[in-house]
Design a binder for this molecule. Sequence first.
Ligand SMILES: Cc1cc2nc3c(=O)[nH]c(=O)nc-3n(C[C@H](O)[C@H](O)[C@H](O)COP(=O)(O)OP(=O)(O)OC[C@H]3O[C@@H](n4cnc5c(N)ncnc54)[C@H](O)[C@@H]3O)c2cc1C
Length: 378
Amino acid sequence: MDALPQTLADPPIFAPDTFRLTEQERALTAKAREFGKRVLAPRAARWDREASFPVDNYRDMHAEGLLGICIPVDEGGLGAGFRAYCLTAAELGRYCGATALTWNMHVCSTLWTGALTEDLEMDAATRAEHRRRRQVHYGRILRDGAIYSQPFSEGGAAAAGAAAFGTTARRVPGGYLVNGRKIFASLSGHADHYGISRNLVFKDVFVEEDAALMPPGLYFQAATRWPHMFLTLSPTYMGLAQAAYDFCVRYLRGEQPGTPPVKRRMYPTKQIAVAQMRVMLEATKALWFQAITEAGPDPSKDAMLRALAAQHTVMENANAIATLAIRTCGGQAMLKSLPLERIYRDSRCGALMLPWTAELCLDRIGREALYEKGETDG
Ligand SMILES: Cc1cc2nc3c(=O)[nH]c(=O)nc-3n(C[C@H](O)[C@H](O)[C@H](O)COP(=O)(O)OP(=O)(O)OC[C@H]3O[C@@H](n4cnc5c(N)ncnc54)[C@H](O)[C@@H]3O)c2cc1C
């Protein structure tokens, strides 16, 4: 039997030895790549065509332990930290952007309440109470495959961090009364636990105290002291950038399954386009890897600007590479039976992710590079 063409072997996005990955990262990324290729990729066109929720994927991810990837090991999960999660998510995003992105929202409910909280300040009693409460949520995820949604957007300036959230949680005996309006959340209609679905209005909704994912004020502390938490929206798009590049190379070599074995690689114009894509991909990978590696509490100004630059670069380059791939491969490559058109649409959404949209990243980088804290021009 002929050996598989190299372009179909899908080497890791981040070669473990070259990027000196930890043992845990090697294992998780290998698992994600194998799972993504075998399980996610063959189903991706169907969810897209039907605009349906990838229910089967979530069932299988539960069986693989992936719903609990960031739940600490001593609480029953796989114990991935921030970088291990990002690298694993990028491998999944390569095969199904929609699944990786929605999974990100779910995972954040465990990463932000898990590993991240170890770096935040809480008195001993609050920490003990937080650990007790989160076990209720972690138990549901590990045991029942429960899916958690991230309900933030309200349609105003709050999700951009430019205003306070309008939704309120007022303390009452035994819990909180929630009032407000949320407009959008990934996983809507399919999550088991979330504040909202599309256009949900809360009116005096009672939420018991024990259901709190974090103690009061801790989310704000995380957002200000551990800002890389918002970089978790980018791994999906790192994977999509790689997928668009991989598709283009396979297609031009006449090795893309589902297309006739016609080679187009001998044309200099195609070679230049692939070179441009490769330059963008390498720059994106290098910057992103550095940003996810140095993520941690209280980042320096340089690290902060780099995180914003990494987010901007991943989100814009994923779409730029997909755009170039379409122009280079041509009309046939846009067939719905092939992944490129879907990769293009998925990649377009990356730049829209509040609070670090591509526009807002530029806005902040420009301002924060020119002004030190507290400086004004009178
Ligand atoms: C694929 C996808 C998944 C999503 N999943 C979730 C989710 O799980 N949970 C959730 O809560 N939301 C989610 N969102 C919603 C998203 O994060 C936005 O909050 C929502 O789309 C904002 O509404 P809008 O699109 O009308 O954008 P607008 O708020 O109108 O923003 C449009 C653009 O204007 C700019 N802008 C916005 N506010 C400001 C400002 N104050 N100053 C300067 N510029 C600004 C930004 O560049 C932004 O991209 C998702 C969005 C997408 C595309």
